[in-house]
Write a protein that binds this ligand. Structure first.
Ligand code: NCD
Length: 315
């Protein structure tokens, strides 16, 4: 079966079958990478002849390296450009920049941009932009591969997400990770909740999630927590009284994981030790933070190869 989408812009566009298709392929790549110890054994040619451009208009460590490794391990021709060093800094519009890159024959454009909706805008320029667009984070809107890799990490650990109680903790308002996590987990049958200060809580009426206002309640309810960073860079004004009060009410502490050893801890990174979670929690056996990073590469390999197949129109 062919992956039915040309782009990956929003996790809300993915059905449960689409997500399972991505996960089946991710599992195949995970097995492949585990069997290969040396870097030249880690290469496949699924994306041979496919050009991938990584356009990051906003800071990134994990996501950029992860997409770059994913594309290279599948044999793609990869070019990365940093917005700070590009003509964007000279006043060029996003559309002009992308049209210029496109002219150089790009198949897949992986982009991170500080404006929510930047990817959707480009995908709507159908007559002018022909590459497949992958959203690697747009403002506070979405980060679909993060939602997918978080779900894949937990599905690998627990076998299924059906009926799992999953809670996102912290700054939900500014979190594109939360907005992409919720639809993926719900599509796979998990019960989703959020926990954070009222001032960092968007209107979630349309999402059908439970809301907790203290970390103790979330710990008691959940099978897994995804702990989010406070996104100071997206806050116009102080939305929390003091960091100390935030930590007291919403920080995940050692006693939480001691009290519930079955609780799985996720975090998309970068972590701020001592704020949203104590250092011991990040390093505990229950923490899946580094597994998430490992799974991130194979999930992105899967997304890139399924989009490339969609473009070719054959499996
Ligand atoms: C997140 C992001 O950039 O949206 N990180 C990531 O991609 N791994 C979350 C964050 O910045 O806090």
């Amino acid at each position: 079966m062919l992956f039915p989408h040309k782009h990956l812009i929003s996790a809300r566009d993915l059905s449960a079958a689409d997500v399972e298709m991505i996960f089946d392929r991710s599992r195949e790549y995970l097995d492949f990478l585990r069997l290969s110890d040396r870097s030249h054994d880690r290469k496949r040619n699924d994306l041979q002849g496919v050009s991938v451009v990584l356009a990051f208009f906003e800071n990134s460590t994990r996501t950029r390296v992860s997409f770059e490794l994913a594309a290279k391990r599948l044999g793609a021709e990869v070019t990365a450009f940093q917005a700070a060093a590009s003509s964007v800094a000279k006043g060029e519009t996003l559309l002009d920049t992308i049209l210029n890159i496109e002219t150089m024959k790009v198949d897949i454009l992986v982009m991170r941009h500080h404006h929510s909706g930047a990817h959707e805008f480009l995908s709507m320029q159908q007559n002018r932009v022909s590459s497949s667009i992958v959203n690697a984070g747009d403002g506070q809107h979405e980060h679909p591969t993060q939602g997918l890799l978080d779900a894949f990490t937990l599905q690998e650990k627990f076998g299924s997400l059906r009926g799992m109680r999953y809670c996102l903790v912290g700054d939900i308002l500014h979190s594109r990770v939360a907005r992409s996590n919720i639809p993926v987990f719900q599509a796979l049958g998990a019960e989703v909740a959020v926990c954070g200060p009222g001032t960092l809580m968007p209107n979630l009426d349309a999402f059908g999630v439970k809301i907790f206002s203290h970390i103790d309640e979330a710990v008691q309810w959940a099978d897994a927590l995804n702990v989010l960073r406070i996104q100071h860079e997206r806050m116009q004004e102080g939305l929390i009284p003091t960091l100390r009060e935030f930590v007291r009410q919403f920080g995940v502490k050692r006693h939480h994981i001691e009290q519930k050893p079955s609780l799985a801890i996720l975090h998309p990174g970068p972590i701020n030790r001592g704020i949203e979670l104590e250092a011991e929690v990040a390093d505990a056996a229950q923490s899946l933070i580094l597994s998430q990073v490992e799974r991130g590469v194979v999930v992105r390999m899967a997304v890139l190869s399924l989009l490339a197949e969609h473009r070719k129109g054959s499996v």
